[in-house]
Design a protein around this ligand. Structure first.
Ligand code: NDP
Length: 297
């Protein structure tokens, strides 16, 4: 294998060390401790695990974390009331409502109820719109923001490059394309976005100098779909059956790693790639929210 490994774990550690310093400076300079509230409705085990990881990571950073756990039969109005209370709470700078929500609650309504200045997940239409128009202060969604950090910090600035993004979801592909198009560090790329109706996917992915894959299709991107010397970031996180493992499954990306690592110049692994960056960027957004609040009084 000749490719450079772009380790999300290492880059996340680097960013977390910087954030720890920024949190300490904020505390010393203005007496403000960033506060993150996570709201969990119901007992979905994966959601419980994600929220637990987010709170632990926040606490490790010196961020105050508050977890609000509500029963699965919480009404939409009750949840909106909780969000409204957090919007008004000066000790809370970031609010994260863990998705998915139970079916009887309108997710869009809840996400829109979070004040844009506390929307550290970056899903409020105001933040989405500011990112799309590259204007004003906004919070970028965490996974795409993490991908941009991985590229710039590993020496693969997308500026001027042809970047192909496979996937157009609102949480990964679309905001990633918008970040790559910005007139800013980490942007200025020529961007092509592919999806399930793209004809001859391989011919498009082969034209990429930087290929970013977020399809949710295990190991679908093979070596022949990647140009020699390309930079490959694999966002995919899939569980596939594997009776040889104790757990009975393994976690893999959307890229056939061993094969593609033979042709790419650099590649991110799964696990240990984009995954660790997502929570790190949530912490970064929370620290940014607290800093903005401090400077705006
Ligand atoms: P979605 O299912 O919402 O979107 C998948 C996208 O891939 C869609 O745009 C779909 O096209 C496109 N697609 C699916 N099949 C094909 C195909 N055969 N050819 C071309 N395009 C295709 O997934 P997400 O964006 O939420 O997530 C994508 C992956 O990233 C998943 O594996 C997910 O687990 C992972 N992920 C990882 C995160 C992390 O922190 N590491 C965070 C978020 C996601 P269409 O729009 O036409 O349906």
């Amino acid at each position: 294998m000749g490719a450079q490994i772009i380790s999300g774990r290492d880059i996340a550690d680097e960013i977390r060390a910087e954030l720890k310093d920024r949190v300490a400076h904020l505390k010393e300079g203005s007496g403000v401790t960033p506060g993150l509230a996570t709201v969990l409705v119901g007992e979905n085990p994966a959601s419980q695990m994600y929220v637990g990881m987010k709170n632990k990571a926040a606490a490790d950073m010196g961020i105050n974390s508050r977890q609000i756990t509500l029963s699965v039969d919480t009404s939409e109005d009750e949840l909106l009331g909780v969000v409204s209370g957090l919007n008004a709470d000066p000790g809370i700078h970031g609010i994260l409502v863990q998705l998915p929500l139970p079916d009887h609650i309108d997710e869009g309504k809840v996400l829109e109820a979070i004040h844009p200045s506390k929307d550290v997940d970056g899903f409020h239409p105001i933040n989405v719109g500011r990112l799309a128009t590259d204007s004003g202060d906004f919070f970028a969604p965490c996974t795409p923001a993490g991908v941009i950090e991985m590229l710039t910090r590993s020496g693969h600035d997308p500026s001027g490059k042809h970047v192909v993004v496979v996937g157009r979801s609102n949480i990964v592909g679309r905001p990633l394309a918008a970040l790559l198009l910005r007139k800013a560090i980490g942007g200025n790329a020529t961007v092509t976005v592919c999806h399930s109706l793209t004809v001859d996917l391989g011919s498009v992915t082969r034209s990429a100098e930087i290929l970013i894959v977020a399809m949710g299709r295990p190991e679908m991107i093979t070596a022949e779909m990647v140009a020699p010397g390309a930079i490959v970031i694999d966002v995919g996180t899939n569980r596939v059956d594997d009776p040889s493992r104790d757990k009975g499954y393994r976690v893999c990306g959307d890229v056939l790693f061993d094969e593609v690592a033979e042709v790419a110049e650099a590649i991110s692994p799964v696990p240990g790639g984009v995954g660790p960056m997502t929570i790190t960027m949530l912490l970064a957004n929370t620290v940014k929210a607290a800093s903005l609040r401090t400077t705006s009084g």
